[in-house]
Design a protein around this ligand. Sequence first.
Ligand code: MLT
Length: 332
Amino acid sequence: MKTTRILLAGTTICLMAAFPAFSKEYRIAVGDGAGGTQEALGKAFVEALEQESGGEMTGKLFVNGQLGDEQDTVTAAATGTLDFSILAINNITPFSPSVGTLTLPYVILSQEDAEKVTQGEVGQQMVEQTIEDAGVRIIGWGYSGFRVLTNSKKPISTVADLQGLVVRVPKNEIMIETYKSWGINPTPMAWGETFAALQQKVVDGQDNPYMTVNAMKFYEVQKYITNLRYIFSIEPLIISEALFESLDEEQQQQVLAAGQAATQASAAFLREQESKIRDELVARGMEITEPADDEKEFIDLATSTVWPKFYDQIGGVEVLNNVLTSLGRDPV
Ligand code: MLT
């Protein structure tokens, strides 16, 4: 009996040492539903944050846009009413145009490209620019894969097939212009309204990665997938810069280290999960079509007309060239 009491007391002391009495819990907005890249990034971040801070800091994820639409969470974080948000990069671009370089069509051509750009010097420049422009700091990068086109009407493999289709796009000028270069006028719409719009047939289709199509259960309302590769979706984890500045130096380092750990976890998650998720979508009845002629027509139209339109907005053609050369490609 005495031995048991001593053991219990010892265990309590160990637990008290491992978990401090006070743990600050931050709110983390997640735009997508559970089971996707964003939630995986968030879970990895919370786990690493608890470890780095010895339990003094933690986070709670609110999936499916519960804390607001993705673009609204940028404003909320900038004004300090939200702590963290995980969202697609295209929904930061309206607040920090240079980040748009990563949503220019056919700039990022693989997961390796995405990791190289975001984790290298270019990524660091974007972090600094986003703090200045938008009042939020990117502390981690999620990788979601290429945004494939889904629709409820027919298989699409050519630009001609696309004509007449009503496609939802994020409120992002670059993506709107990309569809215009393919001959259609897309419908800009907030992310949170997209499922209902597809369900009610206000729009016929949309584009997002396989991981997101699955996390959002779009297979319930969409049949056809075109395996486009025009944008590789990067999903940053942002912190309110006001919150970051209010932390002491050690806490800031803990937050940054947790963000880096989450970035690595996200890259591994996509490598492990993407083809599995694609197969699941097919098993649920979706049909995948490859773009004709290795997507040549889509690529030629988008790169020749969309890129030059945005040189000024992204901060000059040199910003794009910086990205291209960092990937070993020729500058324009
Ligand atoms: C969008 O289409 O608005 C976003 O890419 C959705 C997302 O965050 O996954």
